[in-house]
Structures are given as C-alpha cells and as structure tokens.
Design a protein around this ligand. Structure first.
Ligand code: PMP
Length: 292
C-alpha cells in the first residue's frame, strides 16, 4: 500500500506517495497518540467534509493535542489533493500524530504532524456479498467504558479492539463483528454503526461509548424525512431475535445490509433497501444547473 501512485499531503506539502515516510520512534506508533478521519468523495466532492474535519480537530483535543492547521486549511488541503490525485470517487484519510522528537509515555513537546492520503476504495465490503447481507460474529472484546478510554475521539488506539475483533470474525468465516459495550449492550460493528428494523420502526443504540457516526446521523435524518420512526435506545443482545432487518452504516461501509449476527438471521428488507438508495443519492453532489 505504500507504493501507490500520486501524492500525499504531508505537513503542508505534497510529497510523492512512496516518499511519505516517518521514523520508527514515532510516538504515535508506540503509544497510539494518533487520531484520524475517514471520508468519501463522490463526483469530485467530499461528503460532509467540514463535519469530518471538525471531528478530527475534536478527536485531537480529546487526546490533549492541537493540530497545527485550521479546519479551513485542512478542508482546502483535502480538496486540493483530491484534484491532484485525479479522482472523483475516492476515500480520504487524514491522520494526525505525535512525532519522534522525544521517546517515552510523556512527549508533550513532540511535533504534531498531519498527513492526508486519498485513494480509490470502491466498496468496503465485497459488493456481491453486500447486496445479500453480510454475516457478523459477536465479538469477545467490548467497547470500553468512557472512563477507560476516550470513546468520543476517533483515536487510533481504540481500533486495536476493532482489528482484533474483525480478525477473529474473519478467522471463523464471518465478514465483520458486532461489538457489545462494557455493560453488555449492543454497540456497533468494528468500523460502522448498527441499526435494526422491526414493524417498520428503526432502532439503534445510544452512542454514549462509541462514535456517533456522521453516516449514522445522516441515515437517521433520511429515515425521518421518509416519515419513518427512529428510536435511539438501549438494545440488549437477547432482543436480536425479534428484529426483522439489520444494517451497518459508516463512511466506508455506506449502508450495508446484515443477514446474520451469530445465531440470528435478518432479511434484506424494504426499509434497508430504501435507505441504501436514499444514502447513495444523498452523497452525490446535486446536479448542476443547466446554465452552469
Ligand atoms: N464506528 C466506528 C468504530 C468507525 O470506525 C466508524 C467509521 N468512522 C463509524 C462508527 C461510523 O462513523 P462515520 O459514519 O462518521 O464514518
């Protein structure tokens, strides 16, 4: 992956993709002092770019550091890089981390670096599988109590349990895993939020110890615009049996139907399909006026 074509925006400059390197004693690598974003561009426009960049700043603030570029500067860098990469539909990954000036848990003076990479990432899950619904394992690791980890930050460190859970699921033949939280409540997947449907009503867990995803909020909006009821509430795993449909949503995953979670099965139903389509339409830039 470090040999792709094109450029990476690296601390204010465009460097050749393969030359965007850092030192092995980088604090972010040893102690996970890194925060990142995941964004998608559709038709040459990054969907909800400002919201993502603001979340990046907020994620860094929660981890006790300040990104030395303003939200406006980061937005401009993402847009400029998208053009430079000659991509219209693409995935956008900004990442900020503490540098390698000092070694040790405390590294207050280490430089805060920022890099942005953009590449083609058409489908997070296999497209064919996606339409049939993906199969989820139930993860052994739980989303931690917010007193244990800064769960509102899109912090690299929090992804350790996600990678472990996803690898364990894949080893058992599943595509992804559903994670419970430390109280045993349904939380989310390893890189996406989760929704259930029953009797025409959407149910989704309260995001009090995991990301309140930008896609999650978009989907709630789209569902309400369709006149659908959306209930944010505590969902216990023993309720899974009673739900008819289930889907994941996230920037990379978009809206992805789920056909199984452990022993429970779901249909790829009408509401899931409706929201898949509504989301696909919502992210496309509006048609330009004929006069333009
Ligand atoms: N939860 C996790 C763990 C994620 O990695 C993501 C993807 N960023 C989400 C939820 C969904 O967030 P968003 O819709 O903002 O991409």
């Amino acid at each position: 992956f470090d040999q792709l074509d094109g450029y990476i925006w690296f601390n204010g400059e465009f460097v050749k993709w393969a030359d965007a390197r850092i030192h092995v004693l980088t604090h972010g690598l040893h102690y996970a002092s890194a925060v990142f974003e995941g964004e998608r561009a559709y038709g040459g426009q990054i969907f909800k770019l400002r919201e993502h960049t603001e979340r990046l700043h907020e994620s860094a603030r929660i981890l006790g550091f300040t990104i030395p570029y303003s939200v406006e500067e980061i937005d401009a860098a993402c847009n400029e890089l998208l053009v430079k990469q000659r991509l219209e539909d693409a995935y956008v990954r900004p990442i900020a981390w503490r540098g390698s000036e000092m070694m040790g848990v405390s590294a207050q003076k280490n430089r805060i670096n920022l890099a942005i990479a953009i590449w083609e990432w058409p489908s997070y899950f296999d497209p064919e599988q996606r339409l049939k619904g993906i199969r989820l394992d139930i993860a052994e690791y739980c989303r931690p109590d917010p007193r244990t980890a800064p769960s509102k930050s899109k912090a690299a460190g929090l992804y350790m349990i996600c990678t472990l859970s996803k690898h364990a699921a894949e080893a058992k033949g599943y595509t992804d895993a559903m994670m419970l939280d430390w109280r045993g409540q349904v939380a989310e997947a390893t890189g996406a939020n989760i929704f259930f449907v029953k009797d025409g009503v959407l149910h989704t867990p309260v995001p009090d110890c995991f990301l309140d995803g930008i896609t999650r909020r978009t989907v709630i909006d789209l569902a309400r615009r369709r006149g659908l009821e959306v209930v944010e509430r505590v969902i216990m795993p023993d309720e899974l049996e009673g739900f008819e449909q289930c889907f994941l949503c996230g920037t990379a995953a978009e809206v992805t139907p789920v056909s199984e979670i452990g022993p429970y099965s779901f249909q790829v139903g009408e509401i899931t399909r409706l929201l898949m389509n509504d989301y696909a339409e919502e992210v496309r830039p509006r048609q330009r006026m004929a006069a333009e």
